[in-house]
Structures are given as structure tokens and as C-alpha cells.
Design a binder for this molecule. Sequence first.
Ligand code: NAI
Ligand code: MG
Length: 493
Amino acid sequence: MSTIAKPTVKTYQNYINGQWVASSSGETFPVFDPSTEETIAHVASATAADVDKAVKAARAAFDSGPWAQTTAQDRGRILFKIADKIRQNTAMLAELETRNCGKPIVEAEYDLADVATCFEYYGGLANKVTGHVNPVPANALSFTLREPVGVAAQIIPWNFPLLMAAWKLAPAIAAGCTCVLKPAEQTPLTAMELANWFAEAGLPPGVVNVVNGLGEVTGAALVAHPGVDKVAFTGSAAVGKIIVKSAADTLKRVTLELGGKSPNVFFADADWEAAVDGALFGVFINQGEVCSAGSRVLVEKKIYTKFVEAMTEKAKRIKLGPPLDRDTKMGPLVSKEQYDRVTSYLEIGKKEAKTAIGGGRAKAFGKGYYVEPTIFYDVQNSARIAREEIFGPVASVIPFENEAEAIRISNDTPYGLAAAVWTRDIYKAFRVVKSIRAGIVWVNHMQPTYVEAPWGGYKQSGFGRELGPWGLEEYLETKQVFVNLDEAPIGWY
Ligand code: NAI
Ligand code: MG
């Protein structure tokens, strides 16, 4: 068991226009440690009036503040300063992240390294945004300017709390946008700690605001606000659809990352040890609370029975435990709501398919939202556990006969975020890569994610891309400039 002393229960305000402000309603909501079910903080609930203040602050900072005069180099330096703060405070942030969302501390440390790297990447990219000269057939100069899209509303989930904040904030700041970030109500704490450093890093008041509260209240007010130019959202497909409808009223730009039901495809010729390991890693890392989880494990019939057995044997050794323990490989799910959702799918799965291992609450724990790593097999691709995102440690193993069938089943889903294929045959590997309709395809691995490479989905997994230059692109407008070099009048009339 962890011996780290319990921190005091803090109350966090919202961060608006460079100030920490209480809710206009005076209300707060509790934030929990999912491993103990205890309250670890209280956070001010931002009302529609508070959201309005935050958007107006972001609007003013964008339209008339000093921010518009900052150079791309200045913005890059600010991002590097934020990254430095994160690196200096990694231990504190990783512990807070783990306490708040239940992920193993070692995974939280990896996340924190990625958070800092993301700010550094966009710090470096800020002054590499360039326009284009257009070869128009006129005595003129035609070129493009890249300009920030404006005020960005950024709504993020609870599975990688600070990393999702970084994926949203870093490119927006690099582009010169201003932001109103709404963390998930389950996991706002690390983003609030981050906000402590914004002013010191050089962000003028109003450039980044952080508001907290329920999605249906605070998030909805933010998305509907006419002062917002762009919405960037990561979360459920159901909420993604609500956001697109609401944003349509003022034609906001929208980018969506909505998760999926990603196939992890194993051919008989795959490296055996790597494959079994990759099947488990693909779906059980971060308790399976991963948008790109390889939750459909497709296995060639020739190796199917042996593969399910090997997965099951290895899954028995996954160490569940208090997430602050360094040898824990799986912590609790993030919340009671998520625990209820996942365990309800376990009941469905037990009826729809066969259970190799797991299927319920992890009984060793009196408290906390612990769920056993679960493997269902002989799953039909039409089953609910093969079609609906569960977002927990639940694998649905599906047999396939040949390459064509593997591709057909892989694509038979409304989603298209990610996929992986495991084989030693490069011809087959690349044929499958080309045939799968997904935004990310891994070969002989699953889940590695780097800020240099694009992230986002096809089909109902959303639209737009995060990370790399693609992520910055989503925060930029393109202005066409035409400069007439011909001094004569147009002479039409
Ligand atoms: P959610 O989609 O409701 O929440 C994600 C974010 O959206 C949170 O910040 C929430 O406050 C906000 N939100 C919720 N309703 C909103 C609304 N009407 N307007 C504006 N913002 C709103 O996800 P939830 O309920 O936490 O999880 C449900 C399921 O969603 C999970 O089981 C999983 O399948 C999926 N999910 C997918 C994620 C991904 O990475 N793509 C992340 C989190 C959840
Ligand atoms: Mg929800």
C-alpha cells in the first residue's frame, strides 16, 4: 500500500481573465479519488454567467489585448516556459493525476513527459508557420497569411486529463488564439494547477481561461456562446453530435475526437510473444479508458484457441492495485458512473459471448471502482460488446478466416479512429493498412502516440486532426492577399 500522506482537501476556483474567481452561484462540486471514493477537492461550478465572463475575457484578449501583438517567437517562448514548469513539477502533477483519475502512477509519469513534450513541440512550431505565394496570372502579388481562428472553446475528457489539455492548449497558443478550456468534471485538478503558471509564463490575462462544471451546463454554455469561434472536443460520440448541432447556430469551426471500437488484428504468422502482449496492452492500458483501445481483438482461426488461452493466462498476472503503488498495472476506473457503465456491459457480454476471464468487480478491493480485466471470446461482430465503446478493461475476441474477412470485420463499425495489424508478411501488412478505414494504423504495435504524428478519426470517430502540424492547422485561418502592381485603373466602366 502507498505510504504517501493524504493531501489536504483544497477548493479550486475558476481561472478567468487571469484571476481565480468563485462561481457566480457560489456553488462547488466535489472531486473524488476513485481508488478510495473519498473527496479530494472541491471545485467552483461555472454557471452560464461565468462562462460568459470567460468567453468575453478571451474575446477581449483576442480582439484588443496585447496578445495580438505578440510575435510567434514570443508565443514559442511562453510555451517553453510552461513546459519547464511542467518538467519541474512532474512528480506533483503525476501524483495528483493519479489520485484524481486512478491511472497507475508510472503511466501518469509517461503522460506528464508527453504533456511537457507537447508544449515544447508547439513552442518550436510557433514560428514555423508560413504562408504561400500564389502564381496568379496577373500583374500582382498573391500570397496567403495564416491567422489565428480566434476564441477556442476546448472541452476535454477524464482519461488523460492534463495530456488532453496540452493537446488543445499548446497548438492554440502557438497559433495566437485565445482559449476557454473546460476540463472534465471528474478530473479538473491538474489543469487547475497548470493554470497557476500561465501568468508567470507570460500569458496575458484572458488568453487562457479555465472553467469547470458539468458538461450539460458549463460545456453546453461554452459551445453555444456566440463569442466562440472554434470548438475542439474530445469525448463521447453522443456529446460530439450535440456539439455539432449547437455549434451550427453560429457556424463555429468544430473538431471532434470521439473514440471508437478499434480492431487489433492478429494473423497466424505474427510474432507470438509480441502478439499476445500487444493484444493485452492494446486494450488494458489505462484500464481500457482509451479512445484508441484495441477493444476488438481479431484473431486468425488457425491460432484462435491457443491465442485466447495465452491472452487469458497472461491477463491473470496483470496486477491490479492502488494506483500510487509503483508496481500497479491497473487501477480503478475513473468514477462511479464509468464503473456502472462498464459493469453493465459486462452483464451484456456474459450473455452475448463466452467469458475467458474477468466479468465483474475486482473483489480484492473493498472500496474503489476496480473492474477485473475481462476477455470475452467467440464474440459476433454484431454483438453490442463489439459495436459499442465500453471504455473499460474489456476485450471482445472475434475469430476470422482470412485476410479478406479480417478487413471486412475491421471496417464493419461506425467508428474509424485506430487499428493495428500483426504479421511478419509485409505485403499482407500493407494491404491491410490500405484497406482499413481509420485515422491511425499501427503495424506490429498498438497505442504508441507521438506529438509529431497526426491523431484523429475517420467516420463517426470525428473530424479534424490533432498533433503535429495538422493540430496547429486547425487553429489557423487562411487569408488570401492580392496586391495589384498595375497602376492603371481597372477601366471597366
Ligand atoms: P462525455 O462525452 O459526456 O464527456 C466528455 C467531456 O464533454 C466532459 O468535459 C464533459 O463535461 C463534456 N460534456 C458532456 N456533455 C456535454 C454537452 N452537452 N455539451 C458540452 N460539453 C459536454 O463523456 P463521459 O460521459 O465522461 O463518458 C461517456 C463515454 O464517452 C465513455 O464511456 C466513453 O465511451 C466515451 N469517452 C470517449 C473519450 C475519448 O477519448 N474519445 C473520452 C471520454 C469518454
Ligand atoms: Mg457524459
